[in-house]
Ligand binder design. Structure first.
Ligand SMILES: Cc1cc2nc3c(=O)[nH]c(=O)nc-3n(C[C@H](O)[C@H](O)[C@H](O)COP(=O)(O)OP(=O)(O)OC[C@H]3O[C@@H](n4cnc5c(N)ncnc54)[C@H](O)[C@@H]3O)c2cc1C
Length: 625
């Protein structure tokens, strides 16, 4: 559907406009429309909605946790992965439950079709093909970075009006592509950059930074000799990503493992001065944990080999994605170095690798609801917020979409705290500091990770999903049923005794796993699913740690979730440091938690704030925590 534009400034064409249709944009637009807001998704090319710029893989450690949380809140990424997945694996099955995570290799074209199809079919959501080049802002004051959003202007001169705009412009924002000496403007190979909107943001006084990322060359499957390579099969049976997928019936494909050789490193070292990074053409900072192969070779000179995973781009696709050798070296150097890798001696490159450098918002300008501080109604999500990765983008898209609707309806912002979810950890991290390099999620970022498991995301976020109206009766009954079955299994373990000890006590021994106890008839009779068994094991085996973390969470929550009234008079708070007063006034944080993370606000200032709030009346919580 294509929307008509209104030139009447008094008119509201939509409640929410989402700019961009990547992983952030698709989730933002879908959730806003599902919450009943009339929504537009403005995108450069409608067919690109949900397109994966790099490897068509979803999930992995911490990223898989994010997808399950997105799914628990009614998002789409898990369902699209189940529909388009060609290989499913649970990672870290031999490690503790906190770091076990689902990962799936997808069919790139199918994933894109699935997401674009779901967006097109969503009622209340109009896809507008075009480039957003400017923001319509009432009373803009770039010095104070304040104003009220009224809509967007498109490249054809038309305008769309809405009280809330969510920017999800990804790597397109001021994007520039590089490979060797070749460079040009672009958001992704073959797609134009969005430069005008970057200029518009700078004109509003917003601070922008530059990051970079890259992708490897794509290889012709028929030119690879897989015979000597280590095979990586999928799990049997595969486990679905989405809590809403009953079972997966999928014929899984294999991936393969190979390694770079000393000859690869020698070639790369000799040509490093032709890389745009080393020639100083790229100034943006790249992701530390996802470096290019030239970075790895130059930085870790003692290593003579790095892992390369050969991953199919689709069931019938001729393209293989060599995970681990992203590069922006000249095409002829790429051709030469890939052929030094076992199995790739005669490989043909179908598309060369390249790097992309792009602009992002300094994230200390964001509030906890992903609204840009000072600009009422302007929200941002995804790569524009300095993150890297589909899952991080989708998660923020969901949160920003929800909050854009709540803003329009004048409802309290939806803020998830760090103890509830990785989504809460990510948004909190972004608001607190302005990451100097692309931010990606790790389990180590979450202090309460034993509570934040991938398997219990539905139970953790059940009440938030319900409160937001993002759950139907079927989902609610499925979670209630799961809760009851887990509780029943825990009860069996706690009351059944063997040789004077309860099964729960036996399970807490390091060498025992739940599978050892499944012969117990009362437990076997419950017929728990794999996922339920893993939850029961975690709950019983780590009961002591979980209880301790829950206690810490309780204390932290009470303090952090205290809402700060929008009208609080910071001027009347005696003893507040001037710097803290200025920053609190400029930002008007929503909660004590958010206030405590503003740089320049000390614990002493937070104490004063708490005292003032205690005087002003009973505590109010933010939705969702
Ligand atoms: C070459 C490359 C390599 C990458 N490698 C990795 C990697 O190795 N690991 C990793 O985690 N991530 C990688 N990424 C990043 C990953 O693709 C992003 O994290 C993810 O796609 C971000 O999602 P997003 O929704 O924020 O933006 P994108 O997926 O970039 O989507 C942006 C959307 O906004 C639209 N758009 C932009 N500006 C406008 C405008 N003004 N008007 C209308 N529409 C607009 C575009 O059409 C597009 O639909 C890579 C990206 C690229 C390009």
């Amino acid at each position: 559907m294509t929307a008509s534009c209104s030139e009447d400034p008094g008119m509201r064409d939509f409640d929410v406009i989402v700019v961009g249709g990547g992983h952030a944009g698709a989730e933002a637009a879908l959730v806003a429309a599902r919450m009943g807001a009339s929504t537009a998704c403005v995108v450069l090319e409608a067919a690109s909605i949900g397109r994966m710029s790099c490897n068509p893989a979803i999930g992995g450690i911490a990223k898989g946790h994010l997808v399950r949380e997105i799914d628990a809140l009614g998002g789409e990424m898990g369902l699209c992965t189940d529909a388009a997945g060609i290989q499913f694996r649970t990672l870290n099955t031999r490690k503790g439950p906190a770091v076990r995570a689902p990962r799936a290799q997808c069919d790139r074209a199918l994933y894109n079709q699935e997401m674009a199809g779901r967006v097109a079919a969503q009622s209340g959501l109009a896809v507008v093909e075009g480039e957003a080049v400017d923001l319509l802002v009432d009373d803009p004051d770039p010095e104070a970075t304040t104003g009220t959003i009224r809509g967007v202007r498109l490249a054809d001169g038309s305008t769309l009006h809405a009280p809330a705009v969510v920017l999800t412009t990804g790597t397109f924002l001021g994007g520039r592509l590089f490979a060797g000496e070749w460079e040009r403007d672009g958001g992704r190979f073959g797609e134009a950059a969005a430069t005008a909107i970057a200029t518009a943001l700078a004109r509003l006084g917003l601070r922008l930074g530059r990051h970079k990322t890259g992708t490897p060359p794509r290889l012709d499957r028929d030119s690879i000799d897989f015979s000597g390579l280590e095979v990586q099969p999928g799990d049997d049976p595969p486990r679905p990503f989405s809590f809403r997928t009953r079972a997966l019936e999928v014929e899984q494909v294999n991936c393969w493992l190979t390694r770079t050789s000393p000859a690869t490193h020698e070639l790369i070292e000799r040509s490093a001065d032709r890389s745009p990074m080393y020639r100083g053409r790229i100034v943006g900072v790249g992701p530390r944990y996802c470096p290019s192969i030239e970075d790895k070779v130059m930085r870790f000179r003692d290593r003579d080999s790095h892992l390369v995973f050969l991953e199919p781009e689709g069931r019938d696709s001729p393209e293989i994605y060599p995970n681990g050798i992203s590069t922006s070296l000249p095409e002829e150097v790429q051709e030469a170095f890939v052929r030094t890798i076992p199995g790739l001696e005669n490989v043909r490159i179908l598309r060369p690798g390249y790097a992309v450098e792009y602009a992002h918002l300094a994230t200390d300008q964001l509030r906890a609801d992903l609204q840009v501080a000072g600009y009422r109604g302007l929200f941002a999500a995804g790569q524009i917020n300095g993150t890297s990765g589909y899952e991080e983008a989708a998660g923020q898209g969901l949160i920003a979409g929800i909050n854009a609707v709540r803003f329009v309806r004048r409802e309290a912002p939806f803020v998830l705290d760090r103890a509830s979810s990785y989504l809460g950890v990510m948004v909190d991290d972004l608001c607190r500091v302005n990451p100097s390099e692309p931010y990606r999620m790790f389990t180590s970022r979450a202090e309460f990770r034993l509570l934040l498991r991938a398997d219990n995301a539905d139970r953790r976020l059940a009440s938030a999903a319900k409160e937001l109206g993002l759950w139907d009766a079927a989902r609610e009954s499925a979670v209630t049923h799961k809760q009851q079955r887990i509780a029943a299994a825990v009860a069996v373990l706690e009351r059944t005794r063997r040789e004077g000890r309860t099964l729960a006590e036996i399970l807490r021994r390091p060498e025992v796993v739940l599978a050892d106890l499944l012969a117990e008839p009362a437990l076997a009779d419950l017929g728990l699913s794999e996922e339920e068994l893993s939850e029961v094991e975690a709950e019983v085996k780590y009961a002591g740690y979980i209880a301790r973390q829950a206690d810490q969470v309780d204390k932290l929550r009470r303090m952090e979730a205290r809402r700060i009234p929008a009208e609080l008079d910071y001027g009347a708070l005696h003893g507040l440091a001037n710097e803290a007063r200025e920053r609190l006034l400029a930002r008007r944080p929503l909660t004590v938690g958010e206030a405590s993370r503003i740089s320049g606000v000390t614990p002493a200032d937070v104490n004063l704030l708490l005292v003032a709030l205690a005087r002003s009346g009973p505590s109010r919580r933010t939705t969702g925590s």
